[in-house]
Design a protein around this ligand. Structure first.
Ligand code: DAU
Length: 346
């Protein structure tokens, strides 16, 4: 049946993949993207769908009630990705995380309530649970966020739950693990290390490099959101796990090996403050809906690294033109007393 879907943050990494996916798999759907195009949101990410008559783009901010009301007109389904997402940035400058992730989600929920939608998928994160020293968190685990970013997402997650319980807004929550793939902004571990390795620059690995993340390929991520959007039970949260738990040092090694670069590029630096040691999710609830990850981690990682190597036209403008990107990288090193060319950890 025909639906109009509003995707907030649809010009970002996962949002743009989900936009492409929906238009490809649901010929009757219309897709409207609302994106502020701050820094990680880029219109280029939507190049594949720009000519599609079922696609519409609205440049605007989820914190702006008037814009959000316009964007929600005639919409049945909402998938709310829009957020500030980078942990290191949240440590340097938390403000935008609170206003966009918490207040922006409030504006989305409140306007959706006023207008009335059929389903509202809120994209949360596994970081809301905090570090999993052992075992794996299921959806009933308490939220114990560590960073300002994770706390802002936990606030948004709790607001989404409250809008279901208090107002009956048909909210569904997804909590995905670390996602990777083409078009991820080169501040996150995999694209950051890849682009630096391509320039023979040192790869600053935090602490002892033994932190563990569960890597989820972006195609598996967007399929999971499709399943939750269409088959999930309203009012429920669903973990999305990648099933690929790896220590950061191993991921860094795979990146340099793929590019034929020396392992000496990997350099241990001061740890990220409040750094979560491990993320691990129990995803049985989502698997019960028929989803399971399909990507083979080493293959998907190699393909992703090679995508960056083959598409400098995608990331070069970020490095060359975005003063914001350079300032972030330099401030991050300076404020944590790291040399710009980090040396080995003491
Ligand atoms: O788990 C889902 C979350 O994954 C998302 O909600 C966040 O938006 C996303 O940023 C990501 O958070 P992480 O902090 O885990 O991702 P990041 O790519 O920043 O770092 C992954 C791991 O690599 C983490 O243990 C920190 C480490 N790291 C990262 C960078 C950028 C380094 O050792 N050196 C680095 O330069």
């Amino acid at each position: 049946m025909s639906k109009t879907v509003l995707i907030t943050g649809g010009a970002g990494f996962i949002g743009s993949h989900f936009t492409e996916y929906l238009l490809r798999h649901y010929p009757d759907y219309r897709v409207r993207v609302l994106d502020a195009l701050t820094y990680a949101g880029r219109r280029e990410n939507l190049a594949a769908v720009e000519g599609d008559p079922r696609f519409e783009f609205i440049h605007g901010d989820v914190r702006d009630k008037t814009t959000v009301r316009t964007a929600l007109e005639g919409v049945q389904y909402v998938v709310h990705f829009a957020a500030e997402t980078h942990v290191d940035r949240s440590i340097l400058d938390p403000d935008a995380f609170i206003t966009t992730d918490v207040y922006g989600t409030f504006v989305m929920l409140e306007t959706a309530r006023a207008i009335g939608v059929e389903r509202f998928v809120h994209v949360s994160t596994d970081e809301v649970y905090g570090s999993a020293e052992q075992g794996a968190f299921d959806e009933g685990a308490p939220l114990r966020p560590s960073s300002p970013y994770a706390a802002s997402k936990a606030g948004a997650d709790l607001l989404a739950q409250a809008y279901y319980r208090t107002y009956g807004l048909p909210v569904l929550i997804v909590r995905p693990s670390n996602t990777f793939g083409p078009r991820q902004y080169p501040e996150k571990l995999i694209p950051f290390f890849t682009v630096r390795a391509l320039h023979d620059q040192p790869l600053p690995l935090y602490g002892d490099g033994q932190q563990r993340r569960d890597w989820l390929y972006v195609d598996d991520h967007v399929r999971a959101i499709d399943v939750v959007l269409h088959q999930g039970q309203v009012g429920e949260a669903y973990n999305i796990a990648g099933g690929n738990e790896r220590v950061n040092l191993e991921v860094a090694r795979l990146i340099v090996q793929t590019l034929g670069k020396p392992e000496s590029l990997i350099q241990f630096v001061h740890d990220r403050p409040g750094h979560d040691r491990r993320y691990a999710l129990d995803d049985r609830k989502l698997r019960a809906l028929g989803w399971q990850p399909q990507a083979h981690f080493e293959t998907a990682l190699r393909d992703t690294v090679l995508w960056y190597a083959q598409h400098p036209e995608w990331w070069q403008p970020i490095l060359q033109q975005q003063a914001d990107y350079r300032q972030f990288v330099e401030r991050w090193y300076a404020e944590r007393s790291l040399p710009k060319t980090p040396k080995s950890a003491e």
